[in-house]
Design a protein around this ligand. Structure first.
Ligand SMILES: NC(=O)c1ccc[n+]([C@@H]2O[C@H](COP(=O)([O-])OP(=O)(O)OC[C@H]3O[C@@H](n4cnc5c(N)ncnc54)[C@H](O)[C@@H]3O)[C@@H](O)[C@H]2O)c1
Ligand SMILES: [Zn+2]
Length: 359
């Protein structure tokens, strides 16, 4: 009797040129069936051919479908179109979906795979920096509702995460800058030696120099894998990944999606979290300064303008991690150590928001 192993988190592979070898790698990982590739219409023409040719050679009989490259594609309406496409193609339980693109398509295609035929396998092939170091790892999938982002979704761990840093060459500069935020976050909350490495290599990372980029992307991904393996459904330790996100995600919503990229908003949110940490005696002032300096060197924003404070406060109350109506603040006590507090006084938060945000 062979027992199918539990889906594992650690199926992360990082290598330059990996997309062109995707088929072989998926064979090694034991995937069977046919491959259904879903990609945004701006990514498929850039990176689709290599992937599809490799899947073809490995005998996966791939089919591909483009979706409009827009956050509005992360919808139940688009999911329905994709279910119908899979049904027309006679996709079966043993087949799998490949999400090629950034976090938008990773969430959408992951959600479709999580729900089609009550769940078929998904392979994440992330092509933005944010998705390579963060969103493709960890099994969170979702679509948006009019009332808010990511309100409908499922946990669905990928059977493989194929990260090819070479795909980043076509990414706009602003997406690269914002993409490094989550890596800086991972280093701050979990890994002092990675933080030092990043501090020593800011320009090389911004220039996507291959060796250091591959190294840092992989270390960042492995840090997230470690947390997710410990706490796949976010019932405990995984909450630390929310560092900078209480203010950051509320800022994205309050500013109107599109004004800030996720990584930009989280950078501002980390500055806010450090100020709150300092005010309640958890974050040493020198650490807050060190974080601020690094974000500035990356060209990330550290304060927000043209944002309505009342709107920001309202968005913070809608945070999915709110418990008994209190925000759960992830605060930094030293590099690699966090404390979670849900009793930060309102006036402390208010004072920080007033310094962080101008309308
Ligand atoms: N599941 C999670 O854990 C998680 C975590 C964070 C964010 N997210 C989600 O991720 C999404 C944001 O993801 P993102 O920042 O990757 O942006 P994105 O997916 O919207 O991609 C940004 C743009 O770049 C294009 N693109 C992608 N790769 C490219 C490449 N290599 N070259 C040129 N263009 C390329 C995309 O098609 C898109 O037009 C949001 O929907 C957010 O909710 C999910
Ligand atoms: Zn994030």
């Amino acid at each position: 009797v062979t027992v199918e192993a539990e889906p594992r988190v650690d199926t992360l592979r990082v290598a330059t040129g990996l997309l062109a070898r995707a088929g072989e790698v998926l064979r090694e990982l034991g995937l069977r069936g046919r491959a259904f590739v879903i990609a945004p219409d701006d990514v498929l023409p850039l990176h689709g051919d290599k992937l599809l040719a490799s899947l073809e050679r490995a005998g996966y009989e791939p089919a591909a479908r483009a979706v409009p490259a827009s956050e509005t594609s992360k919808s139940l309406a688009m999911a329905t179109q994709l279910y119908e496409w899979l049904a027309d193609q006679k996709a079966e339980r043993r087949d799998f979906v490949v999400a090629l693109g950034g976090g938008m398509v990773g969430d959408l295609a992951g959600f479709v795979a999580a729900t089609y035929l009550r769940g078929i396998a998904v392979v994440q092939a992330p092509t933005t920096l944010l998705s390579q170091v963060d969103s493709a790892i960890g099994g969170k999938t979702a679509v948006n509702l009019e009332r808010g982002k990511n309100l409908v979704g499922a946990f669905h761990l990928p059977r493989a995460i194929l990260v090819d840093p070479a795909t980043l060459a076509t990414l706009p500069r602003r997406e690269i800058v914002a993409g490094w935020t989550e890596t800086i976050k991972h280093a701050l909350i979990m890994d002092a030696s990675l933080l030092e490495r990043i501090e020593a290599k800011v320009d090389a990372l911004l220039g996507l120099e291959p060796a250091i980029t591959q190294e840092v992307v992989e270390r960042s991904g492995r840090l997230k894998v470690g947390v997710v393996e410990e706490d796949p459904k976010e019932q405990g330790r995984r909450v630390i990944l929310n560092y900078g996100h209480t203010i950051g995600q509320a800022l994205e919503a309050a500013a109107g999606y599109g004004q800030y990229l996720h990584g930009e908003a989280v950078a501002i949110g980390m500055v806010g979290a450090a100020a709150i940490g300092q005010a309640v005696g958890i974050t040493p002032p020198l650490l807050a300064e060190r974080q601020q300096r690094l974000l500035e060197r990356f060209g990330l924003p550290t304060e927000a303008s043209r944002v309505d404070l009342a709107g920001l406060r309202a968005a913070m109350r809608l945070d999915k991690k709110v418990e008994a109506r209190a925000n759960r603040w992830v605060l930094l006590s030293e590099v690699g150590r966090t404390a979670v507090k849900n009793d930060v006084p309102d006036d402390v938060v208010e004072a920080v928001l007033r310094r962080l945000v101008t309308s």
